[in-house]
Design a binder for this molecule. Structure first.
Ligand SMILES: Nc1ncnc2c1ncn2[C@@H]1O[C@H](COP(=O)(O)OP(=O)(O)OP(=O)(O)O)[C@@H](O)[C@H]1O
Ligand SMILES: [Mg+2]
Length: 282
């Protein structure tokens, strides 16, 4: 990173409530994110989605968060009111989720869906809005935008649905995209296509990306750096290109536990959960 970070987080904690006996779900997270692709990886329940929701101001009571610093493009996110959050979500930061079928509105056509997102944030005439909708549909690789904008979510395949989601999220030109397991509802071929698309868009639009995944090899392929989370904490942080040589035992287990043609018929490794924080001697 050779410019001021987009996002600076220090000491982020999320707890089940404000009570003293509350469980700590995200524990003292600190990281910076610039115009780069950062992976947040860890097994189910490690606190990845809660971290994303905290960053987007979407945690709901009784959950509480605190942080000694949480800044986006120089703005302190900790004290924002819901009214101040609204314009920031969309134009500043945007989030795509796992399954577009739950995120898209079934009674709005594709074009109306993207247009709604645009209208929420910009005062533009209808002709200009239509052009923007068609442009972003083209940018996310939706075929025949003129025709497809009249289609409804039920007409879309999973991969197309995820492209529509991306279009609604990117149409206002946010600087940071948080993608929480954006491809886990898709098959392997579509998964690669959508991740290629996301990483290309992020690069050409000079955005930052926080890619949340439980798949370390996916993060190694599509990100510049990775943070590895275990039970609410960051236990390892390194360049994506060095993940295959990570010495941390938890990172090594995550790396090795993805089934592939090479591991077919063999036992996948299991983490010794009593000692995940210790550095490996191997
Ligand atoms: N509202 C809540 N109240 C209490 N506990 C919660 C709440 N939301 C999440 N948790 C717990 O916090 C932990 C972290 O949840 P989170 O959804 O962030 O995990 P994750 O890393 O995104 O997992 P996955 O890969 O399955 O999506 C989990 O143990 C979960 O059960
Ligand atoms: Mg999650």
């Amino acid at each position: 990173m050779n410019e001021a970070p987009l996002l600076s987080v220090e000491g982020l904690c999320v707890r089940t409530s404000a009570r003293p006996d509350a469980k700590i779900l995200v524990d003292d997270l600190s990281f910076e994110l610039g115009t780069e692709r950062l992976g947040l990886v860890g097994e189910s329940g490690s606190g990845k989605s809660l971290t994303a929701r905290a960053l987007m101001g979407l945690l709901r009571a009784p959950l509480v968060m605190q942080a000694s610093r949480m800044e986006f493009a120089g703005r302190d996110l900790r004290e924002l009111t819901p009214r101040q959050w609204r314009p920031l979500r969309g134009t500043g930061m945007a989030m795509v989720l796992q399954d577009p079928r739950h995120a898209l509105n079934p009674v709005l056509s594709v074009g109306a869906q993207i247009d709604e997102s645009l209208r929420l944030h910009q005062k533009l005439g209808s002709a200009e809005r239509r052009d923007r909708v068609l442009d972003i549909m083209e940018a996310v690789g939706l075929p025949e935008p003129h025709r497809l904008r009249h289609a409804y979510p039920r007409h879309l395949s999973g991969g197309m649905g995820q492209r529509v989601m991306l279009a609604t999220m990117l149409v206002n030109g946010p600087r940071l995209l948080i993608a929480d397991e954006p491809t886990s509802a898709l098959d392997a071929v579509l998964r690669d296509q959508v991740l290629d698309l996301i990483t290309n868009l992020v690069e050409t639009r000079r955005m930052g990306l926080l890619l949340i995944s439980h798949d370390l090899q996916q993060v190694a392929r599509y990100c510049d750096r990775a943070l590895v989370m275990f039970q609410g904490r960051i236990v390892d942080a390194r360049k994506a290109s060095e993940l295959d040589r990570a010495s941390h035992p938890y990172t090594r287990t995550l790396w090795a536990c993805r089934p592939s043609a090479a591991t077919y018929g063999t036992m996948l490794p299991v983490l010794d959960r009593s000692r995940p924080m210790e550095a490996s001697s191997q």
